[in-house]
Design a protein around this ligand. Structure first.
Ligand SMILES: [Zn+2]
Length: 151
């Protein structure tokens, strides 16, 4: 079961730690990604299958409408399956243009995993580049060198 590490300034909640196709397909471990909350900024990393369900099942419940950003490391389904539903949830069905989606360019440009209609919902989409710094709310993060990670 997901465990919460709570501190005064924030927490990290694992909504799933599944990696690789068969662990995800069998749900041997859940695959909902990682919710990071720090000083009022909420970020979801890699919303794999079941991310929305895990948010709802979490105690206390995690409200995706409070997300400031979603980081997609790459578009394999164990990391990205719920990206569209989480974009919808972050933007309250697309009615509130808010939040930032960070993703590699191929998540949009090649065999896109982010549906066209959902691309208009976030305040912006930032294409991740290797060895670059990013900021969302009060949180900064940096990308590493590009990894070659094929299907
Ligand atoms: Zn992968």
């Amino acid at each position: 079961m997901a465990k919460i590490i709570k501190q005064k300034e924030g927490f990290v909640k694992f909504l799933g730690t599944a990696g690789a196709r068969f662990v995800m397909i069998g749900q041997l471990r859940a695959s909902g990604g990682i919710w990071i909350s720090y000083k009022g900024t909420n970020i979801l990393v890699d919303p794999g299958p079941g991310s929305i369900v895990r948010c709802s099942a979490a105690r206390p419940k995690l409200n995706p409408a409070k997300l400031d950003g979603i980081i997609l490391t790459h578009k394999h389904l164990d990391h990205a399956n719920d990206i569209n539903v989480m974009i919808e949830a972050m933007t309250e069905g697309g009615f509130k243009k808010r939040g930032v989606v960070f993703c590699p360019a191929d998540a949009i440009n090649e065999d896109s995993i982010i549906l066209k209609y959902a691309r208009n919902f976030p305040a912006r989409i930032d294409m991740l580049k290797a060895e670059h710094d990013y900021k969302v709310g009060g949180v900064s993060f940096a990308t590493s060198m590009r990894h070659l990670h094929t299907a």
